[in-house]
Design a protein around this ligand. Structure first.
Ligand code: COA
Length: 147
């Protein structure tokens, strides 16, 4: 079931705390804080948030490299998953990458994260190779972007 279209917009300062909380629920090892979100923005990361009923319920962050965009991470509040919010966020990430002239978007996903792997495949991402980071196994997935 799709929720009433989530609003996808750029992050604003008032969202930092909430995005840090959403990050830590799924990626506790990142030890995200509002100031780390601000720091990442200052380094050039781009964040989009999904808003439903006036509340931030998901985010995606993207790094624009010279030729490629990297989806650094995304998460949707657990109780609202499976309703198209992640889909709206990834569409925005793809659109944003195209607007910025990138030819490819890629990401690393933990090998055991089957829900996310299914989700990325559904959105046209293709497996490229296995990678390791900090002793953990990842898959690199990419999607070519039409310009
Ligand atoms: C990956 C993630 C962002 C997707 O967000 P989402 O809002 O559930 O995305 P959507 O609703 O657009 O699509 C989810 C897919 O899973 C299915 N699904 C159904 N119920 C679901 C549930 N309770 N939880 C997750 N997925 C569910 C949906 O039907 C959909 O499949 P489809 O594309 O074949 O229709 C979300 O699962 C999440 O936050 N996961 C934890 C963090 C994470 O793993 N991030 C990615 C790290 S690389």
């Amino acid at each position: 079931m799709a929720v009433s279209e989530p609003l996808i917009r750029k992050i604003v300062d008032a969202d930092f705390e909430r995005v840090a909380d959403l990050t830590n629920k799924d990626f506790p090892s990142m030890e995200m804080t509002a100031s780390k979100v601000a720091w990442r923005l200052s380094l050039g990361y781009s964040y989009f948030v999904a808003v439903v009923g006036g509340e931030v319920v998901g985010f995606a962050d993207i790094w624009l490299g010279e030729k490629r965009a990297k989806l650094m991470g995304m998460a949707v509040e657990e109780k609202l998953r499976g309703r198209g919010i992640g889909g709206a966020l990834i569409k925005k990430a793809i659109e944003f990458s195209i607007e910025n002239g990138k030819k490819t978007i890629y990401l690393d996903v933990r090998r055991n994260n089957l829900a996310a792997i299914h989700f990325y495949e559904r959105h046209g991402f293709i497996f490229k190779k296995e990678t390791e980071n900090g002793g953990e196994g990842f898959y690199l997935f990419y999607r070519k972007l039409e310009t």
